[in-house]
Design a protein around this ligand. Structure first.
Ligand code: ADP
Ligand code: ZN
Length: 206
């Protein structure tokens, strides 16, 4: 089974993907993580991506599609994958149709004022990638692995507003594109509340 998670920044795609990975045997593929890895390793793709990411803009489709297609060729994708953060444009969705079969698209629906509230409080574990929010977690190290938490360069209010605008203009049209495979879930409550209907839905699809 191949799944896409669709939703605005801070809607909880990363957290939901991790919950699904624990229960169903699939790999999580986040284009944001792939870009951050490229930046860390100082690759050409990383260098190019950073200039767009820092402004809250999308990395050009050609670069993103090429990187993602390569990733999908790996053996670990054969038993199913969850895409978190891809596609983000109609052009990306059209390219994806040609290289993989997508069974379900889960849309995380979160009001924008809740998103802005979450935005500046997000902290990410530098080692295992676990996500926290200062509103509910006030330690500076990860509960799971003890590593220091950090705030992403693009998790500030100005960039977040740009990212929301980009989402409305470029990504939200995908809700119509995938209307035939769409499962909508409210994502403003706790991660457990959000995951419950998703788990039931996915079990029914196995
Ligand atoms: P979030 O889900 O919180 O917005 P991501 O880690 O998914 O964060 O993405 C961070 C940034 O990486 C985006 O703002 C964008 O610049 C870039 N990016 C990630 N995925 C894509 C994509 N599919 N197409 C273009 N740019 C992307
Ligand atoms: Zn950790």
């Amino acid at each position: 089974m191949n799944i896409i998670l669709l939703g605005a920044p801070f809607s909880g795609k990363g957290t939901l993907a991790r919950q699904i990975v624990e229960d169903f045997h699939m790999v999580q593929i986040s284009t944001g993580d792939l870009f951050r890895e490229n930046i860390k390793n100082g690759t050409e793709v990383g260098l190019l991506a950073k200039s767009f990411m820092d402004k809250g803009q999308l990395v050009p489709d050609s670069v993103t599609i090429e990187m993602l297609s390569k990733r999908l060729e790996s053996d670990d994708c054969k038993r199913g994958f969850i895409l978190d953060g891809f596609p983000r444009t109609v052009a990306q969705a059209q390219a994806l149709e040609k290289i993989a079969k997508i069974d379900s698209v889960i849309q995380l629906d979160v009001p924008f004022d809740e998103i802005r509230r979450r935005a500046t409080g997000r902290r990410t574990c530098s080692k295992c990638g676990e996500i926290y929010n200062t509103a509910t977690y006030n330690k500076t190290t990860c509960e799971k692995c003890g590593s220091p938490l950090f705030q992403r360069d693009d998790d500030n209010l100005e960039t977040v507003n740009n990212r929301l605008e980009v989402y409305v203009k470029q990504t939200a049209p995908l809700i119509d594109f995938y209307a035939d495979r769409l499962f909508v879930v409210k994502g403003q409550d706790t991660p457990a509340d959000t995951y419950k209907p998703v788990k039931t839905f996915l079990k029914g699809r196995l």
